[in-house]
Write a protein that binds this ligand. Structure first.
Ligand code: ZN
Length: 176
């Protein structure tokens, strides 16, 4: 999955978590920003990624030793991240938002891309939930990205301008 799709999926995931578990991620604007950042972190293992290019002194040795989509794309990494935040007494809602973004990245790489991730690292088994093999940066990912943007816009409109949202739905129902 490309960085922009990861970021859109992270914001979408934060919005969905907030809808179904109100309060878990705290202030929605802050949570979306933190989720956005959290979604970049797993690609620390790729020197070509957006985050990897910022910290090449970490991403290059990481990639050389462990490879791409291994430990940083696992449940183990999510647990380490969560316990690190707890150790530093980070506000729980901030920690939750970053973890939601992080987990969304892992799910995204399981949905798009041919290789999957080592979700249960240190087991080497690759996990994927991409039965139709949507390739990275292909037409399928382009469709997914645009659908995510529409869903985010609709959710944002529903959250902050509910009257406009209902008017839009009414308009669409008249056209369709
Ligand atoms: Zn990744």
């Amino acid at each position: 999955m490309m960085a922009k799709t990861h970021q859109a999926f992270a914001v979408f995931s934060v919005l969905m978590v907030d809808k179904f578990v109100p309060g878990l991620v705290g202030n929605l604007c802050v949570a979306c920003c933190l989720g956005f950042i959290g979604a970049l972190l797993p690609d620390l293992d790729s020197p070509q990624s957006s985050f990897g290019r910022i910290v090449p002194m970490l991403s290059k040795p990481f990639h050389k030793i462990l490879g791409h989509r291994t430990v940083t794309h696992s449940l183990f990494a999510v647990a380490v991240l969560h316990f690190t935040f707890m150790a530093f007494s980070l506000k729980p809602s901030y920690s939750n938002a970053i973890c939601v973004g992080y987990i969304s990245h892992i799910i995204g790489d399981m949905l798009i891309g041919k290789n999957g991730v080592t979700l249960f690292w240190p087991l080497k088994q690759k996990c994927s939930i991409n039965p139709i093999r949507i390739p990275v940066a292909g037409f399928g990912e382009y469709v997914v990205f645009n659908l995510l943007i529409v869903c985010i816009a609709a959710r944002g409109l529903h959250q902050f301008e509910p009257e406009a949202y209902h008017l839009l739905l009414k308009g669409i129902s008249l056209i369709v």
